[in-house]
Design a binder for this molecule. Structure first.
Ligand code: SF4
Length: 428
């Protein structure tokens, strides 16, 4: 038995409630189970119960064994003085308040349907990848959609909180924060860290001074990334090298360079090489006066795709690396990459900004845009597809990824609407 399960049982009152008695033999009527408390203190607040002839309003505390009251030192904590009912699985010890009065106790052992306990244990002890996979099909589609919405919002809120932390460390500068987030996203999974480091050591404010001067912006980015260490026979590199020598001194950047070895090329298709991504990022930064202010005004998916459809400079359309010519023209940032940026940076950014200025329409816009982006296709979306849930767009796929990672994997079925539907006594 777990305390968490007892919380769930108490919250939804899934136990036999006719002719209840406390362990002291007094009649017990539950008028209100109270409100779950996720902070310190008793588990439920504002509960209302009738014990004998007296109505009590106060807190409810839950334990598997009554003796845990003393193990957790509640007897010395004034926050527990107003507990009007102690819910336990097993009443192995009487519990008293500091004034010596006994706390009324309800023992749940024997009051919960054995089938409910069994279903719960089957879910949380399951070795299946998605514990409810055998009964998933039985759950109403409306409940599934609602849970995916909840999971998606939770994912966006988590990402938005991280953005707010970043904003804080950037002293409230949304432009700098957006630039850093985009840089990391341009590194995708493999080169996210070095891209992030370049952006952190090369402030956006410096790049903004060179707007429209793509050579200077490339020199700054490639120089900071550690690619411009010496002149070579490659004329373009030498040109960037000279620019960087001058700019690095001007902005005092040199000691903060990365090493080329920090960049990963292995197992990447040449079109995804970090050199190409840096050139594409340079093109984007060079073409915009202020990234954040422009992005935040873009109302729909099409406008966002347009924003990111910039071609890298001519050199990087014919070279994958410095001095290495490509056989055919190298395309600009592709649609799949743009959609990845919309999903992972743009939507959370809109939510974070919307929350910070208390504008729900920005959150709605983020959700609308995600509904326009095609679904991601990965191992997790395929798992759900095998259970019959086909993700239609990125709104669904992001919700399904969150549901899988933060609910199914953690066996948090009691926090999941699908799990609640499956465990509801009359659903089995
Ligand atoms: S968390 Fe929800 S969807 Fe995942 S296994 Fe549990 S009940 Fe099923």
């Amino acid at each position: 038995m777990s305390e968490f399960f007892l919380h769930y049982i108490w919250q939804f009152q899934y136990f036999q409630k006719e002719v209840l008695k406390t362990t002291a033999g007094e009649t017990l009527n539950i008028i209100k189970p109270g409100i779950a408390n996720s902070d310190a203190g008793p588990d439920f607040a504002h509960a209302k119960v009738k014990i004998g002839a007296i109505d009590w309003v106060g807190n409810v505390e839950i334990h598997v064994k009554a003796s845990e009251w003393y193990d957790h030192k509640h007897d010395r904590d004034p926050a527990y003085e107003n507990v009007v009912l102690h819910i336990v699985w097993e009443n192995n010890k009487p519990v008293h308040r500091s004034d010596g009065s006994q706390i009324p106790t309800l023992e749940l052992k024997g009051l919960i349907e054995p089938q409910l306990i069994k279903s719960y244990q089957t879910l949380i002890n399951s070795s299946l990848t998605i514990p409810c996979e055998r009964s998933f099909v039985d759950v109403d589609e409306i409940i599934k959609h609602a849970m995916i919405d909840t999971a998606l919002m939770s994912r966006l809120e988590t990402k938005s909180n991280l953005i707010m932390e970043r904003l804080h460390s950037n002293k409230g500068d949304w432009e700098e924060t957006t630039y850093q987030l985009l840089a990391e996203n341009f590194g995708f999974k493999i080169n996210r860290d070095p891209f992030g480091q370049v952006a952190k050591e090369l402030p956006y404010k410096i790049l903004q001074k060179h707007r429209g001067q793509r050579v200077q912006i490339e020199a700054l980015l490639f120089g900071q990334a550690g690619f411009l260490l010496a002149k070579t026979k490659d004329e373009y590199l030498t040109n960037l090298y000279n620019e960087y020598q001058f700019l690095a001194k001007k902005y005092e950047l040199t000691p903060k360079q990365l090493s080329v070895s920090q960049w990963k090329f292995l197992r990447l298709r040449p079109a995804n090489f970090p050199t190409i991504r840096l050139a594409q990022f340079a093109a984007l930064v060079s073409s915009q006066r202020s990234i954040f202010s422009t992005l935040i005004e873009l109302l729909d998916y099409e406008a966002l795709v347009n924003f990111f459809e910039v071609d890298q400079s001519a050199y990087w359309q014919s070279h994958y690396r410095f001095g290495k010519k490509a056989k055919s023209k190298i395309a600009g940032l592709g649609l799949a990459s743009i959609e990845n940026i919309i999903i992972n940076t743009l939507a959370p950014l809109l939510v974070a900004y919307g929350r910070s200025i208390e504008e729900d329409r920005l959150v709605d816009r983020a959700l609308r845009i995600l509904q326009k982006v095609p679904s991601e296709k990965n191992r997790i979306t395929r798992l759900w597809q095998d259970l019959g849930y086909v993700s239609k767009n990125a709104f669904d796929s992001q919700g399904l990824i969150e549901l899988y990672n933060n609910y199914c994997q953690r066996r948090a079925c009691l926090n999941c609407a699908i799990g609640s539907a499956l465990l509801k006594p009359n659903s089995r």
